[in-house]
Design a protein around this ligand. Sequence first.
Ligand SMILES: [Zn+2]
Length: 300
Amino acid sequence: MKKIIFVILLGVVGFHSCQISGRDKRKVPYVLVIGIDGLGSHGFEIAKTPHMNELMKNGAWTLSARTVIPSRSGPAWSSMITGATVEKHGVGSNGWTVEEKLLEPVFKSDYDMFPTIFGETRKHHPDAVIGTFHHWDKFNNFIERGVCDVSKSGGSENIVTEDACDFIDKRRPDLTFVHVDHVDHAGHHNGYRSEGYAFAIERADSLIGVFLERLKRSGIYEETVVIVVSDHGGFEHSHGGIHPDEMIVPFLISGKKVKKGYKIEHPVFIYDLAPTVAYLLGFELNGYISGTPLIDAFIN
Ligand SMILES: [Zn+2]
């Protein structure tokens, strides 16, 4: 019990010190990003998504966001977490590692890679609590080593959700990132407009419900911004090309200081994620990024 109280106190002190260093800049204490691998916007036509519909009703959203080329996981997730396009961060394949780069990034952090939102959050808020939980075991390769308090790969969508929820409950993290892969698995196996795909989306939606419930129980729901994103959709049994079912993805933002029922009408790209999170946490990313913070989604 003592330990838990100590940890909570640390969280409060952490945010307090951040407030002092960037008093007028930081918008919210907590950001949760839920990444659903392989969720094309066309999935909303074939699946029932009550929790995501609720996020849209209570938040700012678009179902017309675009991913990068190639529409593959490594390049796309890297674009989301760096804010940069593929030719800048250089992550051109799912097998990319910091030790074996084919193409050097145009701009590097101390970690020999294009800086991600996790490394930058650590740099700007040294006391921040940061956790990343990924269903896909290679996801860790795309994050600066050692910058997160917890960075856990593997398991299943259920394990990832459970671990992330426990982390939120115990640590009150400034930034939590979650990646689930089962929707993409269903697309590859059954097709990206199949019943199995729709069922997997409904499962992802129910897991979003689990997160929202847990945030409420933890008492930080009102203080949190929840962002739901995806790296690509899919066409027939694959992705990597530029078919609209592969390229067009949802981008949903809901929570503290977010406009309600606000449909974002201007073009949105998946690489707007990192600068938007940075905006919420009160800092700016480097000058080489491609994305822009989605400022119009928020109430000033
Ligand atoms: Zn993917």
